[in-house]
Design a protein around this ligand. Structure first.
Ligand code: HEC
Length: 116
């Protein structure tokens, strides 16, 4: 009786369909982890997803980098290199760097910022 094998065949078909649909791992962003890191480092004090505060909104940053091949590397550099930034009131401040040495977490955060 061949019908006995049908469910198994079906399962394999579904499994490979699922694989085909899934996004390549490199493009995936762990949104919760990125948000947590962003919150822990108080980045939200100056950066809002869609509104400009003391710093540019994440949307604005994402737009600026859109289409640039080295976008993630550039943002990563910004997240890890201290530099002076001008606030909207004209004063200068050392830009906060992310308190993490975890490259995966950092690049996830950069990807998340760029996903806005
Ligand atoms: C005191 C306010 C303040 C805090 C806190 C702050 N930023 Fe910023 N940030 C700014 C300002 C102002 C700019 C824009 C000036 C510039 O790019 O020179 C900026 C720019 C950026 C940019 C855009 C860089 C670019 O090259 O366009 C990113 C990305 C960014 N911040 C991420 C973060 C992250 C992540 C944190 C938390 C670790 C953070 N910021 C904390 C004020 C702040």
């Amino acid at each position: 009786m061949t019908y006995k094998f049908l469910p198994r065949t079906l399962m394999i078909t579904l499994a490979s369909a699922g694989l085909a649909l899934s996004v390549p791992a490199a493009a995936q962003v762990d949104e919760d982890a990125a948000k947590l890191l962003f919150k822990q480092n108080e980045c939200g004090k100056c950066h809002h997803p869609s509104q400009n505060k003391k710093g540019p909104s994440l949307k604005k940053t994402a737009k600026e980098y859109k289409g640039k091949a080295n976008a993630e590397a550039e943002v990563l550099k910004h997240l890890t290199t201290p530099k002076k930034v001008k606030l909207d009131d004209g004063s200068e401040e050392d830009h906060k760097i992310v308190d993490s040495k975890d490259q995966k977490a950092l690049s996830n955060l950069a990807k998340w910022i760029l996903s806005h």
